[in-house]
Design a protein around this ligand. Structure first.
Ligand code: NAP
Length: 537
């Protein structure tokens, strides 16, 4: 679509990933509204459009990493592998966009530079970097939780003579690592996925690790024709389970406590789960996130597995010097990550012991004075998670309030859906909603549907605005912190769930940890009580 200046819409949606696409479909095709999606990329895909780094693959199994609002849509797509790779997710999202004829209402290559609420006419004014101006009654952010890159402010970065890339804005044409000395900074989900693939191509790969992470084998494999048929056949059950579980995956956590299981039985169960691989490994016991002794059973098992895999004892020691309980930072699954350290062309550098001091024209130097000559530096340094994509939008609410200022000490929302002082702004998978603690498409579908219903309600009662009350916002904040305190998640002091990875960011637990199923009930209850906690004026 081409940009039309001063265009008026019922709703503007920012972002054309899973969330923006479904929101467009609901508002345009179910509610009949005039909707425009503004998307900075040149195609649909959101986070997957930008994350094209080697090894990029989803950790959710493919048959659950998709929309479930339509059985016919679900059954008209076949996934090829247990976990979908980035190009396959892009093909899927393009397929959905074409099936639902979404692209005609998505304006690509359009980055929103700011938006402000106009109280006089009760609408949002949205500005774009290419000088577009839009007005809309409703502004819906579908910008994802992990789209604002965290690029550490290393001294000397501009002086680097080689190529440096953040994994979240990977070049569309790829990067040729052959014959190159590559440095990779960061060992979160991204670094763990990229390491084995880059190691196969590069002349030498040096991984700079600040904090080691637990990881479990993904055991990715092609899907059999039988499996593909069975997921289509069992669509209803799969979709129902995804809605019923705490984590939005189709599998639940076993009703079994580690601390009440004998050591032999623990070992047998964990070994079996290790062989199956994937996120389900966490589901063997139901007390690992609330009981340190139970957690230690898992942590010890994974530590032992890593030490058995990595041949060099010094490297194995560095890879298992964990500073947190198992699964209290975002759990990771991998494809031969630890095995990669047995390759001769791969080395691990501990940058907790000797932090990166400076990027130099030839590579980087750590605080112990060691110089590393590099041709390419890959920043797998993560994101200003959950709040960053929203505060960077320059949103100005009533009375000139900026969202960044309102959230200076941490996000304040009601249900992660709305912010006081920002009428008719809805935030899909916003902070203080389950978002990153769940399977994202499930959280997205629930939010997009709730928002569409709220807009219907506003119109049905002849109102013009909706925003939360301060009482509801304060009470929700208490519930969010209480939910986190009830788990060991809050103990992982270096976690991005707490904003710990971005210097100066307030240390506040960002998502709602009470579980997707409980959260869904809370949202439904609010509606049943006539949108309790919201002012609909
Ligand atoms: P991340 O988990 O935040 O990891 C960033 C890494 O960079 C950490 O190891 C961090 O160390 C390191 N780092 C940051 N600043 C540094 C500095 N100044 N010096 C040295 N090291 C530094 O980011 P990510 O790996 O991109 O993953 C972010 C999230 O995206 C994941 O948790 C997940 O939710 C999602 N994701 C999902 C998938 C998937 O589904 N397969 C794949 C990739 C990402 P510290 O730990 O010490 O901070």
């Amino acid at each position: 679509m081409s940009e039309t200046s001063k265009a008026q819409f019922d709703a503007i949606v920012i972002g054309a990933g899973f969330a923006g696409m479904y929101q467009l479909h609901l508002l345009r095709d179910k509610l009949g509204l005039k909707v425009r999606v503004l998307e900075q990329g040149s195609g649909v895909g959101g986070t997957w459009y930008w994350n094209r780094y080697p090894g990029a693959r989803c950790d959710t199994e493919s048959h659950a990493y998709c929309y479930t609002f339509s059985e016919s849509l679900y059954c008209s797509w076949d996934w090829s592998e247990r976990y979908p790779e980035q190009p396959e997710i892009m093909r899927y999202l393009n397929f959905v966009a074409d099936q639902l004829d979404l692209k005609k209402d998505i304006q690509f290559d359009t980055r929103v530079s700011g938006a402000s609420w106009d109280e006089d006419v009760r609408c949002w004014r949205i500005m774009t970097e290419n000088h577009g101006e839009y007005t809309a009654r409703f502004l819906i952010t579908a910008v994802g939780c992990l789209s604002a890159a965290n690029i550490p402010n290393f001294k000397g970065l501009d002086s680097f003579k080689g190529q440096w890339i953040h994994t979240g804005s990977w070049p569309q044409d790829g990067v040729d690592f052959s014959g190159k000395r590559v440095g990779l900074i960061g060992t979160g989900s991204t670094g763990v996925q990229a390491t084995p693939v880059i190691a196969k191509q590069a002349d030498h790969l040096t991984v700079f690790q600040r904090t080691p992470n637990y990881s479990v084998p993904a055991r990715n494999a092609p899907l059999t024709e039988d499996f593909k048929r069975s997921v289509h056949k069992n669509f209803e059950e799969i979709a129902r389970n995804m809605k019923a579980t705490t984590n939005g995956h189709p599998w639940g956590v076993e009703n079994r406590r580690a601390v009440e299981t004998s050591a032999d039985e623990q070992e047998r169960l964990l070994e079996a789960a290790w062989q199956v691989g994937g996120m389900q490994f966490r589901a063997v016991f139901n007390d690992i996130m609330v009981d340190e002794a139970a957690n230690k059973v898992m942590a010890d098992f994974v530590t032992r597995k890593i030490r058995e895999t990595v041949k060099d004892p010094t490297t194995a020691e560095k890879l298992t010097a964990f500073d947190h309980h198992y699964s209290t930072k975002r759990p990771i699954i991998d494809s031969h990550y630890f095995e990669t350290y047995n390759r001769e062309n791969v080395s691990l550098v501990d940058v907790k012991e000797a932090p990166i001091e400076e990027i130099t024209p030839r590579g980087l130097r750590t605080s112990d004075g060691t110089e590393y000559d590099l041709d390419i530096i890959v920043f797998a340094t993560g994101y200003d998670g959950v709040t960053g994509p929203l505060t960077r939008l320059n949103l100005i609410g009533r009375d000139g309030l900026s969202l960044g200022d309102v959230w200076q000490e941490g996000p304040k929302t009601y249900l992660g859906l709305q912010v006081e002082g920002f009428p008719n702004l809805f935030t899909i998978t916003g902070p203080q909603s389950p978002s990153v603690l769940t399977n994202m498409p499930v959280a997205i579908e629930q939010h997009a549907e709730w928002i569409a219903n709220a807009i219907t309600h506003i119109d049905q009662i002849g109102a013009s605005c909706m925003e939360p009350t301060s009482t509801a916002v304060n009470e929700w904040e208490t519930q969010v912190q209480k939910a986190a305190q009830a788990t060991l998640l809050i103990t992982a002091k270096s976690s991005w769930y707490l904003g710990a990875n971005v210097p100066g960011k307030p240390r506040v637990f960002l998502p709602y940890a009470g579980g997707m199923a409980r959260y869904r009930d809370i949202c439904e209850d609010v509606v049943e009580q006539n949108y309790k906690g919201f002012k609909v004026a």
